[in-house]
Design a protein around this ligand. Structure first.
Ligand SMILES: Cc1ncc(COP(=O)(O)O)c(C=O)c1O
Length: 473
C-alpha cells in the first residue's frame, strides 16, 4: 500500500476544532452573507429564556429564536411530550392514515380559534401555511366555476420565502433577486401610522387607508388608488382573497396597527364578497396579548395561517385553518376538485403532540395574561426612549417592544434593512449577553413568555444603554 496525502475527514466531533470552525467548512446559513458574517454563536444548551454557548457564555434569547419559542428552552413538559410520542409513532403518511396527536390538535385548535374556523390542514412551516391558504382560496373559486386571479396584499407585508408567499410579500431586498419567478398581486396601503402613506394624522384620519368611506380631501388620487376599498372596487369580481398580517406586520418593519383597520378589512371583504386570509404565523398563540391577533377586533377570517409558536418552538409545523364554507367547495364526486397539496411530513405526529402539549401549557400557565404583563414591563422600559434624538417611534404590542431608529426625527429618514447600524447594535447586545437581531434600523425585543419582570427590566435597560452608547445620549 502506497502512502499518499490523506483524504480522510475527521469524524464529526472527533477533532478539537470549535463548532464555529467546523461550521465554516460546510454550512450555509439563512439570511447570512457568508463572506462577511461574524462567527456564529455555537449554542450547546438552552434553559428558560437563556441560551448557553460552547465556551460557557450565556445569552438571553431576546427574539425567541426567530419568534418561535414561548415557554422557554428545553421545557420539561414539552421534552416529555416529545419522548412519549417518539415511543409510539414518529411519523406516518397522512394521506391514507390518521393518528391521535393529529386529531387531538385539530379538536383543540377548533375550540380556541376565531369562530367558524373548523377545518385544519397541516403543512411544514409558516411559508407553506400561507402557500396552502392562497392555493385554497384560488381553488375555492375555480371549483365553483368562477376562477379569480387577483390577490390583494399590503405594503410592508412579509408572508414567507416560497414563491406564493414571496409574491404576496412587499417587493423588497428579500424578493428582488426572484422577481422573474413571482406573480403580480395588487398592493394596498398598510396602516403604518408613523409613516402614514396618505400623510394623515391618526387622531383625525378615520383610517383612510381602508378607503371605505368617502374620499378624504387630503388624499391625492394616486394614494387613494392604493387604499383597500379602491382596490377591491377596481378588481371587483376577480379578487380571490385579501391577505393580511393582523395587528402586527413583522419582518416588513414591526408595524403595529390600529385595531379599526383590522375590523375594516373584514367589513370590506364581506361587502365585496371576497375571502379574508389572516397570516397569524407570527401573531398566533398569544404574542400580541390575545391568543390570536384577530381577537383585537373580534374578527373571524375565512382562512387563518399558523406556525412558529404552535409547537412552543420545538418542531416545524404549519397549520392552515379554514371555514366549513371553504371546505365544502372541495367536496365533489368529481375527484378533480380535490385539494392537491401535501408534503412528506404533513401532520407529523411529533410536531402535533408538541403542539397539543404547548396549548395545554398556554392554558395551565395563563400565558396570554402573562404576555399582557410583559407588555406593561416593555412599556415601562422602552417608552422613555420616545424622546431620544435618534428614535422616531416606540411601538409596543403584547410581548413585542419595538424602537424605530431614525437619522433625522424631522424627515424620519432611516437606513432600512441594510443599515450598518443593525449588525453594529447586534454586536453590542451580544457583548452584554443579549441575543437580538434588529431589522436594520428597527430594534425589537420579543422574548419567550417565561421571562420575568427582572429579566425584562434588564433587557430593556440593555436596549436603552446600547442606543445611548452607539448613537449618543
Ligand atoms: C407573518 C409571517 N408569515 C409567514 C412567515 C414565514 O414563516 P417560516 O419562516 O416558518 O416559513 C413568517 C416568518 O417570519 C411571518 O412572520
Amino acid at each position: 500500500m502506497t502512502e499518499g496525502p490523506s483524504t480522510a475527514r475527521p469524524k464529526p466531533g472527533a477533532d478539537s476544532a470549535s463548532l464555529a470552525a467546523r461550521d465554516a467548512a460546510h454550512l450555509w446559513h439563512p439570511y447570512t452573507q457568508m463572506l462577511t458574517r461574524p462567527e456564529p454563536l455555537p449554542i450547546v444548551r438552552g434553559e428558560g429564556v437563556y441560551l448557553f454557548a460552547e465556551d460557557g457564555r450565556r445569552f438571553l434569547d431576546g427574539t425567541s429564536s426567530w419568534w418561535v419559542n414561548i415557554h422557554g428552552h428545553s421545557h420539561p413538559k414539552l421534552n416529555a411530550a416529545l419522548a412519549a410520542q417518539a415511543g409510539e409513532i414518529e411519523h406516518v403518511i397522512f394521506a391514507n392514515c390518521t393518528h391521535r396527536p393529529g386529531v387531538e390538535l385539530a379538536e383543540r385548535l377548533v375550540e380556541v380559534l376565531p369562530r367558524g374556523l373548523t377545518r385544519i390542514f397541516y403543512s411544514d412551516n409558516g411559508s407553506t401555511a400561507v402557500e396552502v391558504a392562497m392555493k385554497m382560496a384560488s381553488q375555492y373559486w375555480s371549483n365553483q366555476g368562477q376562477p379569480r386571479r387577483t390577490f390583494i396584499a399590503l405594503h410592508h407585508a412579509y408572508h414567507g420565502d416560497t414563491v406564493g408567499a414571496m409574491s404576496a410579500s412587499e417587493v423588497s431586498l428579500f424578493t428582488k433577486p426572484f422577481a422573474p419567478m413571482l406573480f403580480d398581486v395588487v398592493r394596498a396601503h398598510a396602516p403604518y401610522c408613523y409613516r402614514c402613506p396618505l400623510g394623515l394624522e391618526r387622531a383625525s384620519c378615520g383610517i383612510a387607508c381602508l378607503g371605505a368611506e368617502a374620499r378624504p380631501p387630503a388624499v391625492s388620487p394616486g394614494s387613494w388608488l392604493a387604499t383597500l376599498g379602491a382596490q377591491l372596487e377596481q378588481h371587483r369580481g376577480d379578487v380571490a382573497a385579501v391577505l393580511v398580517e393582523p395587528m402586527l406586520q413583522g419582518a416588513g418593519g414591526m408595524i403595529v396597527w390600529p385595531s379599526e383597520f383590522l375590523g375594516g378589512v373584514r367589513k370590506l371583504c364581506d361587502a365585496h364578497g371576497v375571502l379574508m386570509i389572516a397570516d397569524e404565523v407570527l401573531t398566533g398563540f398569544g404574542r400580541t396579548g390575545r391568543l390570536f391577533a384577530c381577537e383585537h377586533a373580534s374578527v373571524a377570517p375565512d382562512i387563518l395561517c399558523m406556525s412558529k409558536a404552535v409547537t412552543g418552538g420545538y418542531m416545524a409545523l404549519g397549520v392552515t385553518a379554514a371555514s366549513e364554507r371553504i371546505y365544502d367547495a372541495f367536496l365533489s364526486e368529481d375527484r378533480a376538485h380535490t385539494f392537491f397539496h401535501g408534503h412528506s411530513f404533513t401532520g407529523n405526529p411529533l410536531a402535533c403532540a408538541l403542539a397539543v402539549a404547548s396549548l395545554e401549557l398556554i392554558h395551565e400557565t395563563g400565558a396570554v395574561e402573562k404576555v399582557r404583563r410583559i407588555e406593561g414591563w416593555l412599556r415601562r422600559g422602552l417608552e422613555p426612549l420616545a424622546s431620544h434624538h435618534a428614535v422616531g417611534e416606540v411601538r409596543i404590542i403584547g410581548g413585542v417592544g419595538i424602537v424605530e431608529l431614525v437619522s433625522d426625527r424631522t424627515t424620519k429618514s432611516a437606513g432600512g434593512y441594510l443599515d450598518a447600524l443593525g449588525p453594529m447594535l447586534t454586536r453590542k447586545f451580544l457583548e452584554r449577553g443579549l441575543l437580538l437581531r434588529p431589522l436594520g434600523n428597527i430594534v425589537y425585543a420579543m422574548p419567550p413568555y417565561v421571562i420575568t419582570e427582572e429579566q425584562t427590566d434588564w433587557l430593556t435597560a440593555q436596549i436603552r444603554q446600547v442606543i445611548d452608547e452607539v448613537l449618543g445620549p
